[in-house]
Design a protein around this ligand. Structure first.
Ligand SMILES: [Zn+2]
Length: 224
């Protein structure tokens, strides 16, 4: 599969996350993690940890505070509990994401819908992070890629169907070495995933080494 803006020689690896599934992986500083909404209207709950200090992990509160906005897009950063700059959004073809709603869980599904034992993002994270020795109590709440939670003038919030179309993607550059976990949100009892969980794709790629580009050299040439 081709990926817009990524030359095949710079592709590190890619992975498909099936509906209701989850994954965890490590990524080096400078690499970019792309999340692709293959069919549209599917939310990816996203968290990350400083690879060298798991206590230093994504903080949705600090991310909102230090960016000065509830609505993240290209140019904004993900910050940690210790205000470390973890990642930078370098591309965003959708433009609508959520930093305030946390992740669906056994408990919220039970509270809101009276159902027990349903697939949920918190359990997906717990399963994906078990090999790394991170228990549920240490898993932070998430940045929700493609989730649409508008905030009204009077402060009211509510989940609406995502704005993402098939093929929309978000690129996040790792600013330090990271452990990342992603839950392909299984929620089907509210509009979060337009009532139909579908497949996501993760693509990790490198950027062109700096200094290789022509602009500096050609401008020198033009002057000489
Ligand atoms: Zn969820």
């Amino acid at each position: 599969m081709e990926h817009p803006g990524i030359s095949p020689s710079l592709l590190a690896w890619e992975e498909t996350i099936p509906p209701r599934g989850g994954t965890a992986f490590t990524i080096k500083a400078g690499q970019i993690c792309r999340i692709v909404d293959l069919e549209g209207q599917q939310v990816a709950d996203f968290i990350c940890f400083n690879l060298n200090d798991y206590v230093d992990k994504l903080s949705p509160e600090n991310t909102q505070l230090l960016n000065g906005t509830l609505f993240l897009t290209k140019g904004h950063h993900l910050y940690s509990t210790k205000a470390t700059q973890l990642m930078t959004i370098t591309a965003d073809t959708c433009g609508v994401h959520d930093i305030i709603s946390g992740s669906c869980s056994e408990y919220t599904n039970s509270f809101r819908y009276g159902v027990r034992g349903t697939p949920n993002c918190r359990n997906n994270f717990e399963r994906a992070l078990r090999p790394y020795g991170i228990p549920l109590t240490e898993i932070p709440y998430s940045f929700n890629v493609f989730m649409n939670t508008p905030v009204a003038q009077d402060g009211r919030t509510g989940i609406q169907e995502p704005k993402s179309k098939p093929g929309d993607y978000l690129d996040l550059r790792a600013d330090i070495d990271l452990l990342i976990a992603i839950s392909n949100c299984p929620q089907e009892r509210n509009p979060c995933n337009a009532f139909k969980p579908t497949t996501l794709q993760v693509v990790v790629y490198e950027v062109e080494p700096t200094g290789k580009g022509a602009p500096v050299q050609s401008s020198v040439k033009a002057r000489s």
